[in-house]
Design a protein around this ligand. Structure first.
Ligand code: ADE
Length: 277
């Protein structure tokens, strides 16, 4: 057993949340060495708020201008952090999470816009893969969205077991009328508020959702070999009404729906370990 595993067991054994110990014992019975630790990244304070309220915080760590909350939620070990808006904030936060903490996987939770056929406000989009829609070196022969010199990296694949776990969770915790989609998520450093621009992103990348962090989190998780998922709830149609009307109107519902999915996912994971080691 290495130092990392030992510290995981000590954390589980001495934590205040009895459910955390329960998870440890359960996983021990299943033959797993340590309980999994989930890194949960939310871009905005409003998106993080329900998690922070529900979790039992054991340690708070300040690093790179960010606050990392270590503790448990419904028995699952979690490290919760608000990364801030945009790809640079998302990337530096993910790098810190991957290299300065011990996480087994990362879940990015937040809201998004959409123009994708059939996807509406309140719905959930679980990313199968993520792309940077504003990465454009096509003039030098790279594909739209391709990050140069990264071995052809355009679409970064989310963890299949995590996607399946999110789908299962979403299947039994959302209000009637809320649909769940799995598909591509496109990220860029713009809040999209122009229907034509949004449709262009959808046409080019087949994007079910547009947001501002997911693909950066995906790339950093990928290079650090950490499985990740992106779970986004739709607030708006990325059109001219988005900033002042639909986004603020649907923000509370979207936050509620994405929180419900992730909480259910963590609970299900204790019933049955759902991801690869
Ligand atoms: N997050 C929520 N709505 C968005 C939009 N229209 N563009 C970018 N990010 C978003």
């Amino acid at each position: 057993m290495d130092k990392k595993q030992l510290s995981g067991i000590i954390a589980a054994g001495t934590g205040t949340a009895a459910a955390g110990i329960g998870t440890y014992l359960y996983l021990k019975k299943k033959g797993a060495e340590t309980p999994k630790t989930y890194g949960l990244i939310c871009p905005m304070e409003e998106e993080m708020a329900p998690f922070l309220e529900a979790m039992a915080v054991e340690t708070t760590i300040r690093l790179s201008g960010l606050t990392f909350y270590e503790g448990s939620l419904d028995g699952a070990r979690i490290i919760l952090v608000q990364c801030g808006v945009g790809k640079v904030n998302a990337a530096l936060c993910t790098e810190a999470l991957c290299t300065r903490f011990t996480v087994d996987c990362i879940i990015n939770i937040g809201v998004a816009g959409t123009t994708h056929q059939g996807v509406k406000q309140g719905d959930i989009v679980i990313a199968t893969e993520a792309v940077q829609h504003d990465m454009d070196v096509t003039c030098r022969g790279f594909a739209p969205g391709e990050v140069p010199d990264m071995g052809g990296m355009t679409y970064v694949q989310a963890s299949t077991p995590l996607v399946a776990a999110a789908r299962e969770a979403a299947g039994d915790c959302l209000p009637d009328g809320v649909s769940v989609f799995t598909g591509r998520v496109a990220s860029g450093d713009q809040f999209i508020s122009d229907r034509a621009v949004a449709e262009g992103i959808d046409t080019k990348f087949g994007a079910y959702a547009v947001e501002m962090e997911g693909a950066a989190i995906a790339q950093v998780a990928w290079v650090n070999h950490v499985p990740f998922a992106i779970i986004r709830a739709i607030t708006d149609n990325a059109d001219e009404d988005a900033p002042a009307l639909s986004y603020p109107e649907f923000l509370p519902t979207a936050i509620e729906n994405s929180f419900a999915v992730v909480r259910r996912m963590l609970r299900l994971d204790q019933r049955e370990p759902l991801m690869e080691a």
